[in-house]
Design a protein around this ligand. Structure first.
Ligand code: MRU
Length: 352
């Protein structure tokens, strides 16, 4: 499944499979400018940390195209550099927790500063090639991660995952689901339990959808079934993705992940994170420094168009929580599986 984020040369636009409507409706949302990219990120037309990063790289390119329409191909940087920076800052602000967003915008900015194109046409051509590269690299990185991660999966395992860290959350193949895909491709006869993942239901709607399409056996469970499933011996491993990993290994992922990790420890079930190095933010020292996104209460008070809580009752809608490093058996990356102490293994991975 690699068609969900596609650059259309005909339209000069990024075409996204609208993840808000899956699995019942396959509809595409076309982003022709950076404002539509920002909308698609905020509203979760596209979501999942690596997919957010890839989309943001295309957003930088579309921002440069917009400025070229306004100033002309030959315009020099003093005519557009300030406007460009404002668009980049707005883009980087679209969602706070997934660090791949800032990572992609910062990378695109650094590359452009180094290349120092003297015209808008020069910038547009340069960024198009860089966005294509970030897009293709993400799939390659996920496949490498999958190969490393499959080593910790035993024949016949049932793997519980939370949220969607699959092809849909990346440019393709997935992080946690990349590990699962690789183990499946190796014929390990695995099964998956997908937590439903209230309130946006990424597990029930997206993880179940993509694994089912690929013929990987998947069962959906309510988030609150986790302890029972583990107590019954129905889970052998947990593998999830991450949105931001601090320098000490504390890992932010979809709300509910921390609870899964605590229950897994109670039952001696290894809990793994699968994430590319672009999700590790060495500037963030510990999980306490990771900003946690709060989203609209409507996601909790309503299921679709149906209201399920009384008028006027406030809700908490934190979109992520942080799993402390001591609960994580390993962080599966494209450079291998990092093990505790994470301060050391993470620092080493960045030196390689
Ligand atoms: O709010 P979302 O759907 O963007 O949150 C996604 C997750 O929490 C994923 O588990 C994480 O981004 C890893 S995706 C490979």
């Amino acid at each position: 499944m690699e068609y969900h984020i596609q650059f259309s040369a005909d339209k000069n636009a990024l075409v996204l499979l609208d993840q808000r409507k899956l699995p019942c409706v396959e509809e595409y949302y076309t982003c022709r400018n950076v404002e539509e990219i920002i909308y698609s990120l905020k509203e979760m037309v596209v979501r999942g940390a690596p997919a957010i990063g890839v989309t943001a790289a295309w957003g930088c390119y579309l921002a440069a195209c917009q400025l070229m329409d306004k100033h002309g191909q030959a315009a020099a940087p003093d005519a557009w550099a300030k406007d460009l920076e404002k668009l980049l800052l707005d883009l980087a602000d679209a969602r706070p927790t997934a660090v791949n967003l800032a990572w992609a915008v910062n990378l695109m900015r650094d590359l452009y500063k180094k290349a120092n194109p003297q015209t808008l046409k020069g910038l547009v051509d340069f960024w198009k090639a860089e966005a294509e590269k970030i897009h293709a690299d993400d799939i390659a990185i996920n496949k490498r991660m999958g190969a490393y991660g499959a080593e910790v999966i035993d024949r016949g395992d049932t793997i519980l995952t939370h949220c969607n860290a699959g092809a849909l959350a990346t440019a393709g193949y997935g992080t946690a689901l990349g590990v699962i895909r690789a183990a499946h491709e190796q014929g390990k006869n695995i099964k998956v339990i997908a937590d439903e993942t209230r309130p946006f239901l990424q597990g029930a709607r997206l993880t179940a959808y993509e694994l089912h399409v690929d013929g990987i056996p998947v069962t959906v469970a309510c988030d609150n079934a986790c302890a029972l499933l583990m107590q019954k011996g129905l889970v052998q491993k947990v593998v999830t993705g991450a949105d931001r990993i601090a320098a000490n290994g504390d890992s932010a992922n979809k709300i509910g992940t921390y609870g899964v990790a605590l229950i897994a420890r109670e039952f001696n079930i290894p809990f793994y994170i699968a994430a590319p190095l672009s999700t590790i933010d060495v500037e963030t020292k510990t999980g306490g420094d990771i900003p946690i996104e709060e989203r609209t209460p409507l996601e909790v008070t309503h299921v679709g168009a149906t209201q399920i809580t009384p008028d006027g009752v406030p809700v908490y809608n934190f979109a992520f929580d942080v799993t402390p490093a001591e609960l994580i058996a390993g962080i599966i990356t494209e450079k291998g599986i990092l093990r505790p102490p994470y301060n050391e293994s993470i620092a080493k991975a960045f030196m390689k």
